[in-house]
Design a protein around this ligand. Structure first.
Ligand code: 5AD
Ligand code: SF4
Length: 446
């Protein structure tokens, strides 16, 4: 029996890529196991967005150095593989396969080579004849499914490796996206998350010629789909038609992730983001003037080369102005091949840390305030899990908040089982709020 183990680092695109890799491996007769020790074939699907993420895979590989020659095969795939290429063989000689995400359609052929004993197999071309066909995708979550609508990125943000690791933009046909959504709905999935490095620049290559907002609305109309989300957006390409589609279509979640990166127009220019603070704020105004209450989240980098105290202060003020529902924030990390590398990295790590903490503290207070406003309201959640240490069910609202809840006692007092609960949509009355989640009680007998 051929057993494989896979560990995934990085973003949802990587998580979804792993689902495709798992499906392909299972189709070839491999069985997934849950530790590297138990496996004949070990896959690391890697991320290189920041240095820390990249180092993780080399730590993992170091742990298994002594396994070399014992028949265990190691494969490094994803963004570090694309970025470092054959250099990975020098650094970790026990690795046998190095492949970037644009080469996964060739994975079956590469596996044949590995099975016949090849010790050095690579898939590093970015010139892909991508079909987006995912015949063997093995999805882990039975209720929520990812669908890739666009691969790659044509922007050139000065700090970012993605254009180098995922190649140029290629959009998938609307027909193929809608077919996959329809199949998923028939298989019982109710939530769909559309994925791309920059979903807003989606351009349908088929005669239907949909833009992103049109595709989004069409997915929202697929019978059986109750929730649609999308990630990630670039402010430069973010059109008002997306907000209008959300206003018109109840199944499109009232939640938008719009990475700003910095609140200072000067820093944005140095980052080559192609928008100013005012242009970004105009997009926020579109969301705030919508009929529905739209939750807004963002990504922020602190300590980009040249970021002054005054620039950073503008980012803090932006938090107050927008009142984000959540943020992801990072210390700037210099990356290979990127334009910002030439600018050096002159903000000391300690100062980056101070800014990051200040930013996160400011945001924490905003989130607590925003979440507290929801106490007393009733929100619909999709039930995603059960936390046995607190005996609470874990739900997620349309606005992407975690809402942990308890059930009112049934006649006889027993709890329904997980199988009965997971994947259901239930109304929950919010009773408490914290900065990162809500707590409540189910508003009906289940
Ligand atoms: N350093 C720190 N953060 C980065 N990001 C992308 N590149 C870098 C980098 N070199 C962040 C951005 C992006 C998110 C996915 O990761 O905020 O939106
Ligand atoms: Fe990491 Fe970016 Fe690659 Fe996603 S696309 S895995 S975030 S480097």
């Amino acid at each position: 029996m051929k057993r494989f183990y896979i560990e995934t680092f990085g973003c949802q695109m990587n998580v979804h890529d792993s689902e495709k890799v798992i499906g392909t491996l299972e189709q070839r007769g491999y069985e997934q196991v849950h530790t590297a020790e138990d496996a004949d074939l070990v896959f690391y699907n890697t991320c290189s967005i920041r240095d820390k993420a990249e180092q993780k895979v080399f730590h993992r590989l170091d742990q298994f150095k002594r396994e070399a020659g014992k028949g265990k095969v190691f494969a490094v795939i994803g963004c570090v593989a694309q970025q470092e290429g054959e250099k990975i063989f020098d650094r970790a000689p026990h690795v046998s396969l190095v492949a970037g995400s644009a080469s996964y359609t060739k994975l079956p052929e590469m596996l044949v080579q590995i099975e016949s004993g090849d010790r050095r197999v690579t898939g590093l071309s970015l010139e892909t004849d991508e079909t987006f066909d995912t015949p063997y995708t093995r999805r882990d979550n039975p209720h929520r499914a990812y669908i890739t609508i666009i691969e790659g990125c044509d922007k050139s943000c000065a700090y970012c490796v993605v254009p180098f690791t995922r190649g140029p933009e290629r959009s998938r046909t609307s027909e193929s996206v809608l077919n996959e959504a329809g199949e998923l709905a028939r298989a019982g999935y109710t939530e769909i998350q559309l994925l791309g490095q920059n979903v807003n620049s989606y351009r349908d290559p088929s005669p239907a010629g949909f833009n992103f907002a049109q595709l989004l609305e069409a997915v929202g109309r697929v019978e059986g789909i109750r929730r649609v989300r999308f990630t990630t957006s670039h402010p430069r390409d973010f059109g008002r038609d997306i907000v209008e589609a959300i206003d018109r279509t109840e199944t499109l979640c009232n939640q938008i992730h719009l990475p700003v990166q910095s609140g200072s127009t000067n820093v944005l220019a140095a980052m080559q983001r192609q928008y100013t603070r005012d242009e970004y704020m105009r997009r926020i105004e579109w969301m705030k003037s919508a009929r529905r209450d739209i939750a807004i989240s963002t990504d922020i980098i602190v300590g980009f080369p040249g970021e002054t105290e005054a620039d950073f202060e503008q980012t803090l003020q932006l938090l107050d102005e927008v009142e984000y529902d959540s943020i992801f924030s990072f210390k700037y990390s210099p990356r290979p091949n990127t334009a910002a590398l030439a600018l050096g990295d002159h903000i000391p790590d300690e100062e980056k840390g101070r800014r990051l903490t200040a930013l996160q503290e400011r945001q924490r207070a905003i989130q607590l305030r925003r979440n507290t406003r929801l106490v007393g309201t009733e929100l619909e959640v999709l039930v995603e899990g059960f936390n046995s240490s607190t005996s609470q069910w874990i739900g997620r609202t349309a606005q992407n908040r975690v809402l942990n809840f308890t059930l009112p006692a049934r006649n006889g007092g027993e709890q329904p089982g997980r199988r009965e609960m997971l994947g259901r949509y239930l109304p929950i009355r919010v009773t408490r709020a914290g900065p990162n989640s809500l707590a409540g009680e189910c508003a009906m007998l289940v």
